[in-house]
Design a protein around this ligand. Sequence first.
Ligand SMILES: [Zn+2]
Length: 54
Amino acid sequence: MNLTCIECKNQVDLSSYSDLAMDSVVECQTCGITLLVTSIDDNTVSVEIMDEGK
Ligand SMILES: [Zn+2]
């Protein structure tokens, strides 16, 4: 599955999230933002910003 960070536009590595589903929380390794999964359509994961981070 592919996820592009909506904050920094970099690819997020989802390999550590084996059971990714709606409402899963993932963290962008590049900018550290926390993202909430809103939908998964085939190999495309949609997210919204959950936490602006520090
Ligand atoms: Zn990011």
